[in-house]
Structure formats: C-alpha cells, structure tokens
Design a protein around this ligand. Structure first.
Ligand SMILES: [Zn+2]
Length: 301
C-alpha cells in the first residue's frame, strides 16, 4: 500500500484483516524508532511483548529458516536499509526522483553483490513473515500497509511473492490537513509531502506486471465501503465477502498508528479540512499538488 501517510491505510488494513481470505498485521516493515517496546500495545489489547500471537509468529519464521525478530524497534529485517546513514541509503536504494536516474543507478548498484544480497534478504524475510502470519491465521493473502513507496519495486523481484499494489490516495486537501494535524508541518510542506509520496508511489507502477496495480481513492472507500471491498476482493482474486465493520468479535494483532487501539471501525470521511483551510491555504495546495492531483483522478483544483 504505497502512498502518503494519513490516508486511511491503517483502517483499510484493519478492515481487510477481517476478510476471510486476508490477514494484516499493519506495516510489515515493523515498529518505528520512537515506539517504546516496554509499553507498546498490540491491537488485541495485550502488551506487545506479552502477546502470544507475536511469539508464535517469531517461532514460525525461525522454523521457516528466515527468522524475523518482531520484538525490536527501528524497523525489522523485513525493511530494506543498507546503511544507517540516510544519504548513503537514499543513493543506493531509494528513488532519485527521475526514472532515467533510477535506471542508471539500479544498473550500477545492481552489480554490487552487497546490494543484491540485501534486497534478496529483505524479500526472503518478508516472505517468511507473511508465510508465518498466513500459516497462523489460515488465510491466503497477506496485507502489508507499509507506506514505503520503494517496497513493491524490490519485493516484486522475489520468486515466491506475488505482489499486488493498492495505491491508496486521498484528496490533497484532506490529506494535507491530516499531515499538518499529525506532524505539525505547515500547509506548503504538507502539500509537498502529499505530492512527493504519491508521485513516487505512482512511479513504481512500471516495475509491476500489468494487472497487479489498483488505484483507490480514500473518498470512494468512505462513500461505498462494500463496493470497494468487492473491487479489492476481485483484484486479489479471492472470493468476495461482506465488510465486517463494527464487529469487535474478531481478534486482531496489528501494529501502527493509534487507530489500531480505539477499536473503531467507523468508516467516515474526515472533512475537517473544510473549516481548517482558507482561500490562501487552498491556493497554496492547488499550486503544489494540482497536476499530480489531476493525474491521480481527482477533479480538484
Ligand atoms: Zn496481539
């Protein structure tokens, strides 16, 4: 699920986890650096360190020969990171902002066995985590809500992973307002973030086979969740199932942002940007996001 943060990906992951054929644990890249393991809670309500589900997952990945230690912060070994230095990592495996540059760079670093090995490792560790979760839950599709736009590009190369991408996009006004609320960014910075994340996510489409990409608007999900659920089932080639929202009887073990804990499965479009933004703010967002917004199917600005 590459794309911008604060688009409802946690909600969509939680909803899909209640689909009889899909399982999600949130972002399969793991806990972020600022998570505090000792007080972190799983969505099941237990302390993360004490949740049997996760201990079983760790044991299963060990049995699969590709151990994934989930009891750590600052990402798991399912996340591609060649160096703790951001800039070195960016030059080696992140997008350079242009297809031509990325192709040239990929051709060069593709000759480095260290880089090839790291990409392969991440693929196998992700396969192991997904297999463990699917084995434990008896389901067939693993839903990864990581918003990392480069992740599908690298996972698509793995021989045992059939990667499908849902590019979940939210209207630039609503998404910018949400980014501002959660990160304290100003309006221009939030709009630039929206543009960057979505342009880079869309750029990854060319690395995936045809039919493996689905664009989804957050607003459509909110307006007609049942129809969107059917679209996703068809896209994932699993039997359709009614959406279970509101149901709290199903257990879940999801990490990620705080929506995982409040038990709310309410699907309602957040329109608070309408009161938050004045004409000047909207003009700023329109200038920065306009062409990208249109290319992603929005009719604003
Ligand atoms: Zn749990």
């Amino acid at each position: 699920m590459p794309g911008s943060p604060y688009t409802g990906s946690t909600l969509l992951g939680a909803l899909l986890n209640e689909h009889p054929h899909c399982a999600s644990i949130g972002a399969a890249t793991g806990l972020i650096r600022r998570s505090d393991l000792s007080s972190y809670h799983c969505s099941c309500g237990k302390k993360f360190l004490e949740c049997e589900f996760w201990h079983d997952i760790v044991a299963r990945t060990r049995d699969l020969g590709r151990p994934v230690n989930v009891f750590k912060t600052n990402r798991w070994n399912t996340y591609l990171r060649l160096s703790q230095n951001r800039w070195i990592n960016a030059v080696l495996v992140r997008s350079l902002g242009q297809d031509v540059l990325n192709d040239v760079r990929d051709a060069v670093v593709g000759r480095l066995s260290g880089v090839r090995g790291a990409i392969s490792e991440v693929g196998w560790n992700t396969w192991s985590l997904a297999s463990a979760v699917l084995g434990k839950t008896g389901k067939s599709v693993f839903i990864d809500t990581a918003r990392d736009h480069q992740r599908p590009k690298y996972l698509a190369r793995h021989p045992l992973l059939d990667v499908r991408v849902i590019h979940l996009v939210r209207d630039p006004r609503g998404n910018s307002a949400s980014i501002m609320k959660h990160t304290g960014a100003d309006v221009a910075a939030a709009a630039r973030q929206w543009k960057h994340y979505n342009v880079e996510a869309a750029r990854v489409k060319r690395y995936l086979p045809q039919g493996s990409w689905m664009s989804l608007h957050y607003e459509d999900l909110c307006a007609n969740p049942g129809a969107v659920f059917d679209r996703i089932s068809d896209f994932l080639e699993v039997d359709r199932a009614p959406i279970q929202h509101g149901s709290r009887s199903l257990e879940s073990h999801i990490i990620g942002n705080k929506t995982r804990l409040n038990g709310s499965r309410e699907i309602r479009e957040d329109l608070s940007w309408q009161t938050r933004f004045g004409a000047a703010d909207l003009a700023t967002i329109a200038t920065i996001t306009g062409p990208t917004s249109h290319s992603l199917g929005f009719n604003w600005p």
